[in-house]
Write a protein that binds this ligand. Structure first.
Ligand SMILES: C[S@@+](CC[C@H](N)C(=O)[O-])C[C@H]1O[C@@H](n2cnc3c(N)ncnc32)[C@H](O)[C@@H]1O
Length: 287
């Protein structure tokens, strides 16, 4: 059967803005099984080239380390983590840079897990996580030294609005790092089907593009912008994730049924070889 069918867990109308609860449904539903299979980093891995056989853990931590380096954080600084998952990348940031982190997510489940993880690591005083929608943040102007959005922007109903919010809460001279799933043109009809399927099933209104990021960053006061298309390094993620999720096939079958489980796995493998589904890593400075 085709890999492109509607996933049972989530079925959004194409082009509709995902509500926070739509995002939470994805992560608290099939996302729990993906997370159990993939590990605590809820983001892509980075491999140097085809000869790089780094494990999932090493490849996902490597992308975290690129984000950490991009922030250039210093001990005592306050960092905003926009879309924190279960907090694993934020805790690595705290451990490596000595910064304090405030992480936000629209999943209550993730916020609870992240705070538990921080407490378990003895870092509850350095990393706190709260339920907050990035579209409208309750933080004071200039109250953070830097921010990252680690694979969360693809879910945002309006990326420019989130960048405007980040620009507001980060002080002048502060750093920004973003890793995100993007659309890469030119998009073939087959590629469009894959991108549409991602949007309709994973709480995504539309995927961003590098051009969109360049314009929105400039419009929201970011300078020193460095944008890298790292699709070739990251897209192996989908195939590796399909293999990992395959090992938890019984749980997936129980959650969505056998036919749907097969279609989810087939779709991941199809995404891995769809060049229009790309990945960006960027850094910038708040003017
Ligand atoms: C792919 S996960 C990445 C999690 C984490 N950054 C990591 O790398 O492990 C996407 C995250 O974005 C969060 N997210 C999506 N939309 C959001 C919104 N409007 N406001 C805040 N967080 C959001 C999700 O709840 C989830 O935690």
């Amino acid at each position: 059967m085709s890999a492109i069918t509607n996933d049972a867990e989530f079925d959004m109308t194409l082009g509709q803005s995902p509500a926070p609860s739509d995002v939470a449904d994805v992560y608290d539903g099939i996302g729990q099984i993906y997370g159990a299979a993939w590990g605590p980093n809820y983001h892509y891995g980075y491999w140097d080239d085809d000869n790089d056989h780094a494990s999932i853990e090493a490849a996902t931590d490597r992308l975290t380390d690129m984000m950490i380096d991009g922030l250039r954080g210093q001990s005592g600084q306050r960092v905003l983590d926009v879309g924190c998952g279960i907090g694993h990348p934020a805790l690595r940031l705290v451990q490596k840079s000595g910064v304090d982190v405030v992480g936000i997510s629209v999943s209550h489940v993730q916020v609870a897990q992240a705070n538990e993880l921080a407490a378990g690591a003895g870092l509850a005083d350095k990393a706190t996580f709260q339920f907050t929608d990035a579209m409208d943040m309750p933080f004071a102007d200039g109250s953070f030294d830097s921010a990252w959005a680690f694979e969360s922007m693809w879910h945002m109903p309006d990326r420019a609005q989130v960048l405007s919010e980040i620009s507001r809460v980060v002080r002048s001279g502060g750093r920004l790092a973003i890793a995100d799933v993007i659309e890469r043109g030119p998009v073939s009809p087959e590629g469009r089907k894959v991108l549409d399927h991602v949007c309709a099933n994973y709480a995504v209104k539309s995927l961003g593009t590098i051009e969109e990021y360049r314009e929105a960053l400039a419009a929201n006061g970011f300078v020193d912008v460095d944008i890298r298309d790292v699709t070739a390094n990251c897209n192996r993620t989908l195939a590796v994730m399909a293999d990992a999720v395959e090992t938890r096939r019984d749980e997936l079958n129980a959650l969505v049924g056998e036919e749907q489980a097969q279609s989810l796995l087939d779709f991941m493998r199809l995404s891995a070889v769809t060049p229009e589904q790309g990945y960006v890593f960027l850094t910038a400075t708040r003017a």
